[in-house]
Design a protein around this ligand. Structure first.
Ligand code: VAH
Length: 312
């Protein structure tokens, strides 16, 4: 049985759908700090605060999960507004889950890290699995510390915890929550609504990105891989594609010729984006468990516009 904590978020909501399809709705328990906006009658949901250890213990004991997916976190931009809360949620939430997973013998745990673990002294292009990581955002600090905790709990308690460093994720079903890469989602929504978009990152800010279908498939493939193939217990680099706001704007213009783009140059998220890599080397994920992205900028743009037109 699978327990997911943080199922209302951008990744959680779509990963939950994929897990229900794969393991059966009755075997997937979703949970978050508040009720989801949509819940079908056969879907199981529980309200939980991942920082409330006694309540979390009750939830684990009630469902006795064999797999646990922790998607509850505060992202980079919001984290800069509430750094202490970001540390508390992202680290103490993870620690509560790690301890319960060990105590109650959960077979596999998934926890997402992020390219936010890299910083100004990390290589900018094809950033490799092992390199200097000096994150400047508190979110990046929590993800780097979280990776070290995951590796420690694996070696100390033999916990089978698996992780990937997600790039910015693009999707249309659930809005992202307070990330620096959110522009790559907002641009599509506003292009369709208003025919124009004012971008909070500069035109040439190249960032690593991944389409949600690839992110969900990659997560499932990582979790399905035989344990002996997993050589990284901090978090795997994962790459999809890299592009700049200018490049995605041009791609949108191919479908929406009247689309206009402008830029602001005083957004605090620019300072975070400037410390992140432009592209990622995911050789370990490809070697260990056969990772390969499928979506490129053209297919992402087509899929986003087609779905947003009919669903939003
Ligand atoms: C953020 N979407 O912007 C997240 C992600 C790599 C970016 O971690 O904070």
């Amino acid at each position: 049985r699978i327990l997911m904590i943080g199922s209302n978020g951008q990744i959680g909501s779509e990963l939950a759908t994929a897990l229900r399809r794969r393991f059966g709705t009755e075997n997937v328990i979703t949970s978050d700090i508040r009720e989801p906006t949509v819940l079908k009658e056969d879907e199981i949901f529980e309200i939980i605060n991942v920082l409330d250890k006694p309540a979390l213990t009750d939830l684990f004991e009630k469902y006795k999960p064999t797999q646990l997916y922790l998607l509850a976190a505060m992202l980079s931009a919001t984290g800069e507004k509430y750094p202490q809360k970001a540390w508390d949620l992202n680290i103490n939430g993870l620690l509560n889950v790690l301890d319960l997973a060990v105590e109650l013998d959960v077979k596999k745990v998934f926890w997402p890290s992020s390219i936010a673990v890299f910083g100004p002294h990390s290589p900018k292009q094809n950033t490799d699995q092992y390199c200097v990581m000096d994150p400047v955002s508190i979110y990046g600090v929590t993800k780097l510390a979280g990776e070290r905790l995951c590796e420690y709990y694996h070696h100390k308690y033999k916990l089978d915890i698996r992780s990937v460093r997600f790039p910015g994720i693009i999707s249309w079903k659930t809005a992202p929550g307070g990330g620096t890469t959110d522009y790559a989602v907002d641009i599509f929504i506003e292009a369709l609504k208003y025919g124009r978009y004012t971008c909070f990152l500069s035109a040439n800010t190249a960032l690593p990105m991944l389409y949600m279908e690839d992110a969900v498939r990659g997560t499932m493939e990582l979790m399905d891989a035989p344990v002996e193939q997993i050589s990284i217990r901090s978090s795997y680099n994962l790459a999809g594609l890299s592009f700049t706001p200018s490049e995605i704007g041009k791609e949108i213009k191919k479908i929406l010729p009247n689309f206009e783009m402008s830029y602001v140059d005083d957004d605090p998220r620019q300072a975070i984006a400037d410390t992140w890599p432009a592209s990622i080397d995911d050789a370990y994920a490809r070697r260990d468990w056969g990772w390969k992205p499928k979506f490129d900028l053209e297919s992402i743009t087509e899929d986003m516009i087609a779905n947003l037109k009919t669903n939003v």
